[in-house]
Design a binder for this molecule. Structure first.
Ligand SMILES: C[S@@+](CC[C@H](N)C(=O)[O-])C[C@H]1O[C@@H](n2cnc3c(N)ncnc32)[C@H](O)[C@@H]1O
Length: 324
């Protein structure tokens, strides 16, 4: 009995020591290494998500084929119907190009964060004469963007870099405009992203973002799973956090539009379409991709429906002074 008591006391002390050591180790974790670990994990989740995305290189080429067109020789207009991977597609890009506040000029140097298949940049260059640089993390999307741009003879105006915007080397003050259509939502360190956007902009340079913000700060396990793993939108900022971050980085907000209802409607139509044609989809793209597509469409719709994510468009201008 005596021995037993002693043993259990030692065990308790031992457990305490182990816990203290564990705690100390966690406390001492290098924040930079921690961020690197999260960034690497997020890159994997994102690349896994986009590798199963329904809108992909094969999808674009097959849809051109259905219309009797060939990727190498088709007109840019045919491609614009397929290569804009954001809510409302070409309609949203046209709105950006026609915006009277944002106003593209031929001498503009534009940075497109998360340029996808390059359609947005090509449209801007073709319609306004501006020079566009796209940064895209997924290699297959970036390779497609480079090839399509070359085929269309726009490579003197539009170029692409296959990299992560947050870590890629860009010269400070080298862009007069920064655009981001549904890409910042995927980036884990949003504050570093906004800071870098401000750094690469010239004074008086402008931003045009279409993005998500979150409505609340705590989420259920299921909501977190949808946000992080299914639609790959980690660490969303609240509206106030987003706007404050812009202000702290000398970006003055010129206009904000709430796009939630519009995007909720798009998300609902997409889910209905995938759901109603699920069997056909399964024979076309296989079991895994069709299931992932449905799961993704439902994830976005649920998050909009439950008021967790909001969609917005923001135009801002970098000032030479701190914005109060
Ligand atoms: C919803 S798609 C939009 C693509 C494009 N902006 C468009 O509207 O057609 C988001 C894109 O952002 C890219 N992306 C996400 N995080 C990125 C990062 N850190 N650096 C570069 N690209 C990124 C994704 O790979 C994806 O192609």
């Amino acid at each position: 009995m005596k021995v037993k008591q002693k043993k259990s006391r030692i065990t308790r002390v031992h457990k305490k020591q182990i816990l203290t050591r564990k705690f100390l180790i966690q406390e001492n974790v290098n924040p930079a290494r921690n961020l690197l670990r999260h960034r690497t994990k997020q890159r994997k989740i994102l690349s896994n998500m986009y590798s199963k995305h329904l809108v992909n290189v094969k999808y674009i080429k097959e849809n051109l084929k259905i219309k009797g067109l060939c990727f190498k020789k088709c007109h840019s207009n045919a491609l614009y119907e397929l290569d804009q991977d954001h809510f409302l597609g070409l309609e949203a890009t046209k709105k950006c190009v026609e915006d009277l506040v944002f106003k593209f000029k031929p001498e503009d140097t534009v940075l497109d964060i998360g340029s996808g298949f390059g359609g947005v940049g090509r449209y801007i260059a073709e319609k306004t004469g501006a020079h566009v640089t796209g940064i895209e993390m997924q290699k297959d999307r970036c390779d497609f963007a480079v090839r399509a741009t070359k085929n269309l003879g726009l490579n003197h105006k539009v170029s692409f870099v296959n990299d992560d915007f947050v870590t890629t080397d860009l010269r400070n003050g080298s862009f007069s405009k920064v655009i981001a259509f549904l890409s910042i939502l995927h980036i884990i360190d949003k504050k570093a992203t906004i800071n870098k956007v401000s750094n690469v902009l010239k004074t008086d340079g402008m931003i045009y973002f279409e993005d998500f913000y979150k409505m609340k700060t705590t989420f259920s396990k299921e909501e977190n799973l949808k946000l992080r793993n299914i639609i790959s939108c980690p660490n969303l900022l609240t509206r106030d956090e987003y706007f404050n971050e812009l202000k702290m980085n000398n970006i003055e907000i010129q206009s904000v539009d709430d796009l939630t209802e519009n995007w909720k409607h798009c998300a609902a139509s997409r889910f209905d379409e995938y759901n109603e044609n699920f069997e056909l989809l399964r024979t076309q793209v296989g079991k895994v991709k069709s299931f992932k597509a449905l799961e993704f469409a439902k994830g976005v719709l649920d998050l909009f429906d439950s008021g967790i994510i909001y969609g917005f468009r923001i135009i801002g201008k970098k000032t030479g002074y701190a914005v109060g």
